[in-house]
Design a binder for this molecule. Structure first.
Ligand code: ADP
Ligand code: MG
Length: 348
């Protein structure tokens, strides 16, 4: 640059800072659905209604029956770095919520037309918050709303054309949304989920509380073949607990598209997990085949770092060797059940 016109350093306007933060976590409509559903679950909801129009590009509306938000705190809910889930960094060591960054609503609101309606559980009234993105003003008004929260996101990326250009066909975007709903429905059996696209129901799951109805949910999300053939995994030691279902080698697939691993109720992608699963199946699976699994690891929150990436899809285990070992040994033990019993010929 020309030394005479080096621009001065300026603080970015709030709206611009929020839009930049949104770039990290809000990639497509499904990212909005993920963040909003996580908030509903963190609020203790056990009934969640999801309405989508035009693959989520037109409308994403999520209604829950969680605790709601106090009227006075509505503006904070849509402010960056505002959360009621942690107070200091060390709180992450005892984190039981999915959220903690306090950025999602501020990010989403900065790249859409955004309205939130909420009725705090012991308040008399519900209130709505409307955000004027041009003036940064918030408008709060009383509304009729049952206890809980509804967030409405319209015209996603209307003001960020670069991002909007990367969106795929509505059908494809809706496919991504269905996948997110599937993952969250697999993570919380005690919550009912209803998903509608253009008014038509595509997912309808009642909350479940026993093993049979859990298996039925697995069947409707992962297919009846997986449900009927899956082997049950259940193992624990003093530090952690592994449970869930895995496919027998005979029902592996050509693609690694039915693999779900949850750590303390959070879906996670992890190289260590992939490696452990491959190792456990190595003797029984032909190359190029992929097992299906839905596995849940429950572990002390201080043993896992969730603050690795803004989307919170990655974690780091403090004792990664222990996790790897528990996985390999539990899966191997489970797979043993499928081996034909060795036949012993006693010579006469
Ligand atoms: P985070 O989830 O990381 O705290 P968010 O931006 O997603 O950040 O949400 C900000 C805050 O707004 C949350 O901490 C919570 O207090 C409140 N909130 C958001 N969604 C809901 C909801 N559906 N029900 C109740 N409270 C909510
Ligand atoms: Mg959140």
């Amino acid at each position: 640059p020309n030394l005479s016109d080096i621009p001065p350093i300026c603080l970015l306007p709030l709206q611009v800072a929020n839009q930049i933060a949104a770039g990290e976590v809000i990639e497509r409509p499904a990212s909005v659905v993920k963040e909003l559903l996580e908030n509903s679950l963190d609020a203790g909801a056990d009934q969640i209604e999801i309405d989508i129009e035009k693959g989520g590009i037109g409308l994403i509306r999520i209604r829950d029956n969680g605790c709601g938000i106090r009227e006075a705190e509505l503006p904070l809910a849509v402010s960056r770095h505002a959360t009621n889930k942690i107070k200091e960094l060390t709180d992450l060591e005892k984190l039981h919520s999915l959220g903690f960054r306090g950025e999602a609503l501020a990010s989403i609101a900065s790249v859409s037309h955004f309205v939130i309606h909420s009725h705090f559980y012991n308040a008399e009234n519900g209130y709505s918050l409307l955000l004027n993105t041009l003036s940064d003003e918030v408008i709060i008004e009383p509304v009729a709303h049952p206890i809980g929260t509804t967030v409405e996101v319209r015209e996603l990326f209307y003001n960020t054309p670069a991002r909007r250009k990367f969106l795929r066909a509505e059908k494809t975007e809706f496919g991504h949304i269905q996948e997110i709903v599937k993952r969250l429905a697999l993570s919380r059996f005690n919550v009912s989920f209803n998903l509608r696209h253009q008014g038509k129901t595509t997912v309808s799951l009642k909350k479940t509380d026993d093993e049979t109805s859990r298996l039925l949910r697995i069947g409707s999300l992962c297919g009846t073949e997986f449900m009927q053939t899956a082997l049950t995994v259940s193992n624990e030691n003093s530090a952690m607990r592994l449970s869930g279902w895995i496919s027998p080698p005979s029902h592996a697939r050509g693609q690694a598209d039915q693999q779900y691993f949850f750590v303390n109720g959070r879906i996670v992608r992890d190289k260590l997990v992939n490696h452990a699963v491959r190792q456990a199946y190595s003797d029984v699976l032909y190359g190029g085949r992929h097992p299906c699994y839905v596995l849940y690891l429950d572990i002390d929150p201080s043993e896992v770092d969730v603050n690795v990436h803004p989307t919170k899809h990655e974690v780091r285990f403090v004792q990664s060797g222990w996790v790897h070992h528990l996985l390999v040994s539990s899966l191997q033990q489970t797979l043993e059940q499928t081996r034909p019993q060795a036949t012993v010929n006693i010579a006469d």
